[in-house]
Design a protein around this ligand. Structure first.
Ligand code: C2E
Ligand code: CA
Ligand code: CA
Length: 693
């Protein structure tokens, strides 16, 4: 008798719960798509919740500690009202499998006789959960509304579970009509009971009256059925719209996730696996005992290709190179692009002999030019091989070994294929130790400054001194100055070192001035790296003033590179220095651009011929021609020429013959401490010259 009502109510409850749950999932996903969440975006998204979905008592935002941050509508406070409300374990939540991340609680009594179901959905940004969208679903209100809509006044609704009755109650007297069904919605399994007193079914009317009333009832019922049917159809349509919208969103999300996964594991230019993917692959495969070979291919001069032909051509070159590699690799090899110009190839189960053969084949991939966008590009590569010589080796070790071997191959230049061995690691460790020691030396002021005299070949007088850094390591070994400077540059200490050199050199020079033995000029080296410091000129000028040294007696030595690079900016600094009276020398002339033509554009007054052109004199005719050209051009431009590294009398004579007037080198004086220099300078003042020839 009560079947129809019971089924209608059952369906209404299930549909309502399902619909609202979908809505919460949809709302959480649309929040997630906003990229990040602030209180205002959250409020904007949840506005109107009570008008469109009246059975939601309210929605709230929980932070990662499950503390409510915001709630809507205004009159709603997450239950109970105290601030450290915690959804778990006070309300156990279960995730609904079909809605993936949505969790719902059982029906639970709330304040003011409310009956609620809590729903909670995580919201993630950048794959990390950043909070939860929660909702309190007022199931009592829903049951009242459904009762009113689907039941007659004498019919009553009871909702219960095995352990308790949530809504309504059974009649006390016997003989009532009762019908029960199960309700399975969200995570709940409840019982719906509809009952009605039997007396309400008794006939009070005569037959014609009954027929008349029945007629009216049937008509009303048909009209109502049609109406309900329509409502049902509209409801279903809305429901199916929402489901298809959700499905569409899920597909889009899956596509975005796939895309993200691809991006995280692949190199954007070549679409090959990246370093991360290679590391993962190695980690997986190193778990077994099989042999593993990792080769690292370092392209030579890739940056030059980039600069010369542009990014598009360079990218295409990588792509074409990868294509060639694939033609010589076995199908199970994994090819990845690790950095800008480094590829790696992992071959499981490959012997050392096979690996070396493969490496040579890979090397030969570059013997033929690449033809890209009308450009013939010929490049070479260096290959490093790492073997799994120890089962304890981890993925990162193999990657490092292959990389080290490739760098070694690159440095060797000629062999091009180098297998990793333990010595390389030891060399690297030594280098690291040295770097650490030099860093300490700079930090602890253990460095010294030596001075090498420059001599006027016509008078044999010391006319200048060049300040040169020296450091003796704790075990007494002298460390090459080039290495000290390079390390300082690489470890970010060059600016400090440079300031120390300027300061110490000028302090010592001022001591020489005080002792009345100072030469005409002190030359201080400044590297290109130091020159990038915009305050360098100010620092030098300030120090010159501090020690009260005439600026005209200070010279800064810079390599050709500094003059050429960063033209506009550097020229400004150079002009600042020369405007203050400090002179400039071009150091190591001939090793860089070697263009004499640009000399006239810069405010230089000295050119120092690099030692490389002096050391083979007088035998090397080529070097002689170069020296002659530099000297005559410099004389034409009225520049002073200093020959560096003069070690023999023959070299001196030759230089003098071609018109070079100044020299510096071991033939005259090696670099020496300031005290030793002062002794020499004082001897010079007393008229004793060295060497005597
Ligand atoms: P450089 O400026 O070309 O300095 C001349 C180098 O040649 C010095 O090497 C000097 O000891 C060496 N030398 C001089 N005469 C002879 C010779 O007759 N025979 C030989 N074989 N060598 C000679 P050092 O002191 O090792 O310095 C190397 C480089 O380190 C310098 O080359 C310079 O570029 C850099 N350097 C030295 N001190 C400083 C500094 O205080 N600041 C900066 N930025 N660089 C410095
Ligand atoms: Ca120099
Ligand atoms: Ca030099």
């Amino acid at each position: 008798m009560l079947n129809i009502e019971t089924n209608r109510v059952q369906r209404a409850i299930e549909v309502n719960l399902q619909k609202e749950a979908y809505f919460l999932v949809w709302l959480a996903n649309s929040l997630q798509n906003k990229g990040e969440i602030s209180e205002s975006t959250w409020r904007r998204s949840t506005i109107g919740i009570s008008s469109s979905f009246p059975f939601f008592a309210g929605v709230y935002w929980l932070d990662l500690e499950h503390t409510p941050q915001w709630s809507a509508p205004d009159n709603f406070t997450p239950y109970p009202e105290n601030a450290d409300w915690n959804i778990s374990p006070s309300v156990p939540l279960n995730t609904i499998p079909v809605l993936s991340k949505l969790s719902t609680s059982n029906i639970q009594p709330g304040v003011n006789g409310k009956l609620t179901i809590e729903m909670l959905h995580p919201v993630s940004f950048d794959s990390r959960v950043s909070g939860y969208l929660g909702a309190s679903y007022n199931i009592k209100l829903m049951l009242e509304a459904i009762s009113q809509e689907f039941l007659r006044p004498e019919q009553h609704l009871i909702l219960s579970s095995d352990s308790s009755t949530f809504f309504g109650q059974l009649p006390e007297e016997h003989g009532a009509l009762i019908n029960s069904v199960d309700i399975n919605a969200l995570n709940g399994q409840w019982q719906l009971t509809i009952w009605q007193r039997s007396s309400s079914d008794q006939a009070y009317f005569s037959l014609p009256m009954l027929i008349f009333i029945s007629g009216i009832v049937v008509t009303v019922l048909v009209a109502m059925s049609l109406y309900l049917l329509e409502v049902n159809i509209i409801g279903r349509r809305a429901e199916s719209n929402m489901v298809s919208k959700l499905k569409e969103e899920i597909t889009q999300r899956r596509e975005a996730e796939d895309q993200l996964k691809f991006t995280a594991n692949h190199d954007p230019q070549t679409h090959l696996p990246n370093r991360f993917a290679m590391e993962q692959y190695l980690e997986r495969n190193l778990r077994s005992d099989q042999e593993m070979v990792l080769m690292c291919i370092a392209l030579d001069k890739f940056q030059e290709v980039n600069d010369m032909y542009g990014h598009l051509v360079a990218d295409q070159l990588l792509f074409e190179a990868a294509k060639r590699f694939k033609t010589v690799l076995p199908p199970h090899a994994i090819l990845a692009r690790i950095t800008n110009d480094h590829f790696m190839i992992a071959c499981a189960g490959t012997s050392q002999l096979e690996a070396e053969m493969q490496a040579n084949q890979l090397r030969m991939c570059f013997e033929e030019e690449f033809y890209i966008e009308d450009n013939d590009i010929l490049t070479t590569c260096a290959i490093g091989i790492a073997y799994r010589y120890d089962n304890q080796l981890r993925a990162e070790d193999m990657l490092r070994h292959a990389d080290t071997a490739a760098n070694k191959a690159k440095a060797l230049g000629n062999r091009k294929v180098v297998a990793y061995n333990q010595t390389m690691q030891e060399q690297l460790n030594q280098k690291k130790d040295l770097e650490r020691a030099i860093r300490q030396a700079i930090n602890n002021d253990e460095l010294k400054l030596h001075f090498q005299p420059q001599v006027d070949l016509r008078t044999r007088q010391i006319v200048g001194v060049e300040a040169l850094v020296r450091w003796e390591s704790q075990n007494g070994a002298a460390i090459s100055t080039d290495i000290i400077i390079k390390t300082a540059e690489e470890t970010g200490l060059m600016q400090r070192l440079g300031h120390w050199v300027v300061d110490t050199a000028l302090k010592e020079f001022s001591r020489m001035l005080d002792e009345r033995c100072a030469p005409k000029c002190i030359a201080i080296n400044v590297s290109g790296h130091e020159f990038q410091d915009g305050y360098l000129a100010d620092y030098v000028i300030r120090s010159v003033n501090r020690y009260d040294i005439p600026a005209s007696r200070v010279q800064i030595e810079l390599t050709e590179q500094v003059f050429i690079e960063n033209l506009e900016r550097n020229q400004h600094i150079l002009n600042r220095l020369t405007a203050s009276g400090i002179s400039l020398a071009i150091d190591d002339f001939g090793t860089g651009y070697s263009s004499l033509a640009y000399l006239k554009h810069f405010p230089v007054n000295t050119v120092k011929i690099d030692r490389g052109f002096i050391k083979d004199l007088p035998q090397s005719k080529d070097d002689l021609v170069i020296c002659q050209a530099v000297v005559s051009m410099a004389n034409l431009l009225q520049l002073k020429v200093v020959a560096e590294g003069v070690e023999t009398i023959d070299q001196q004579e030759l230089l003098r013959n071609i018109g070079c007037n100044f020299a510096q080198g071991h033939y005259y004086y090696p670099p020496m401490s300031s005290d030793a220099l002062m002794v020499v300078l004082k001897e010079q003042r007393a008229g004793r010259l060295y060497p005597a020839s």
